[in-house]
Design a protein around this ligand. Structure first.
Ligand code: ATP
Length: 432
């Protein structure tokens, strides 16, 4: 017996329709010769009303003796004249038992007792069965889908760059080292260098949605050691062009989820507010002055601390850009302003106190790129494969990277990035 229907369908199909539902036994209540079984699948729940007379003594005993979370398939007819508050039930002709769950369960699926996050992550396969958790991932799926659609509409080509690399993207210590036969290699921290090479290759507009690895020691509620980076790079474009694209992508994604995840948003008790475009552009210097006026001691050239972002986030609660960053806060590949090279054509997209994206126009001038590299203490020799792409015709270009989990946190109002990651990798956890 294979699945034909999802539980959600029985509320729309006509009375007496034949259906086959498959899923997990969420609950069984036996009242004499009748049993009410709640079957759960990806799309919701259905009441299966089992009558001893029609199903037979032995089958009735078997069904009513099932442990919760066992897997079954039910072939039967929809009955709309039901007492069930769900509005429809299924009267089974046949119930096939496909997998019997052991007891006790490592954690409950619908029980209202709160279980701490660590325990939930230990038994993530059970935790993910909870409807509100599933809803988070259905939303994440549609965020990815909507971004893909928008980028495809805008003429972007999907690419796949290597995740095993020989040199660090930006130098630094945030790399996971691994043995690559007789050499040392690293897991990539960003596709940055490769997506730029693709501009030299003439692909013009590329995107990649793929994992990025950061060997950062910190264990915060918004950092993972493996996250999904949504990257784009675009030729003949400056930072303004890619900021426009970014806000349109975010706008489209919010609308897409609002329109296509109605049930999930209801399950999570959330409403998505569609922001107005364009998002405010706030200059680094102005925000620096603002945080200093609010009693935070921050010097020019420093990045905003979490306290500083907290203060800014109280004033700017929605989406906004921070633009015109000092070059010393940014990577070597950022393009400095012609009129004031102290500043780079870089931006971050923020939501309140949280950073979701950083981007920039890139420096496509071989000599000055190399110079900036040296200024940052990097050895251009180690970046030959990258720098060569700038020597034989490189168009001006710009791009950005959205942290998929960070954006999902905002749409699902999640306080911890682990909530929006199926199997998070953090300082302590590499299992499950
Ligand atoms: P942060 O300042 O928040 O540590 P970052 O400046 O290191 O981030 P970038 O290297 O600019 O971030 O990466 C681009 C985007 O990727 C960030 O805006 C964020 O959305 C996401 N991101 C970066 N690092 C992580 C991480 N460790 N875990 C989850 N997402 C991340």
């Amino acid at each position: 017996m294979g699945r034909k229907n999802y539980t959600s369908e029985i509320y729309n199909l006509p009375d007496a329709s034949d259906v086959i539902l498959c899923g997990w036994v969420q609950e069984i209540r036996k009242l004499g010769n009748i049993a009410f079984l709640i079957l759960r699948d990806r799309e919701g729940v259905a009441q299966i009303t089992v009558m001893k007379n029609s199903i037979g003594n032995e089958k009735f005993r078997e069904i009513t003796g099932l442990n919760r979370e066992s897997v079954i398939c039910v072939k039967g007819k929809i009955n709309k004249n039901t007492q069930s508050k769900l509005g429809a039930e299924v009267i089974p002709d046949n119930v096939e038992i496909l997998s019997v769950a052991e007891t006790p369960l490592p954690m409950g699926v619908i029980d209202r007792v709160s279980v701490d996050l660590e325990t939930r992550l230990d038994v993530r396969f059970m935790d993910l069965r909870r409807p509100e958790i599933l809803s988070v991932f259905k939303i994440e799926s549609n965020i990815g889908k909507s971004i893909r659609r928008k980028l495809e509409d805008e003429g972007f080509i999907e690419i796949h760059t290597p995740k095993i690399i020989a040199t660090a993207t930006e130098g630094g210590t945030e790399l996971f080292r691994l043995k690559y036969f007789e050499k040392d290699a690293y897991l990539v921290q960003s596709p940055q260098l490769y997506k730029q090479i693709m501009m030299s290759a003439g692909f013009e507009r590329v995107y990649e949605i793929a994992p990025a690895f950061r060997a950062e020691e910190h264990n915060t509620s918004r950092h993972l050691n493996e996250f999904v980076s949504v990257d784009i790079e675009m030729s003949f474009a400056d930072e303004e062009d890619v900021m426009n694209l970014l806000e349109n992508v975010v706008f489209y994604s919010l609308k897409y989820v609002k329109e296509n995840n109605i049930n999930d948003l209801k399950t999570l008790n959330l409403d998505i507010e569609i922001p107005e475009l364009p998002f405010p552009r706030l200059k680094y210097d102005d925000l620096l002055n603002y945080v200093n006026s609010q009693g935070i001691n921050m010097k020019f050239g420093e990045d905003f601390s979490s306290e500083a972002l907290n203060v800014i986030g109280k004033k700017y609660t929605g989406f906004y850009f921070i633009t015109r960053w000092p070059m010393e806060t940014r990577a070597f590949y950022v393009m400095p302003y012609d009129d004031d090279p102290k500043y780079g054509k870089a931006f971050d997209l923020m939501f309140g106190e949280r950073e979701i994206t950083s981007g920039a126009q890139r420096n496509h001038i071989y000599s000055s790129l190399k110079e900036n590299m040296v200024k940052k203490g990097l050895n251009p020799e180690n970046f030959r494969f990258y720098l060569d792409a700038f020597r034989y015709g490189m168009p001006p270009h710009a791009g950005w990277a959205i942290g998929l989990e960070r954006l999902t946190m905002i749409l699902t109002d999640s306080k911890n990035i682990r909530e929006v990651t199926l199997f998070p990798r953090d300082r302590k956890r590499i299992e499950p």
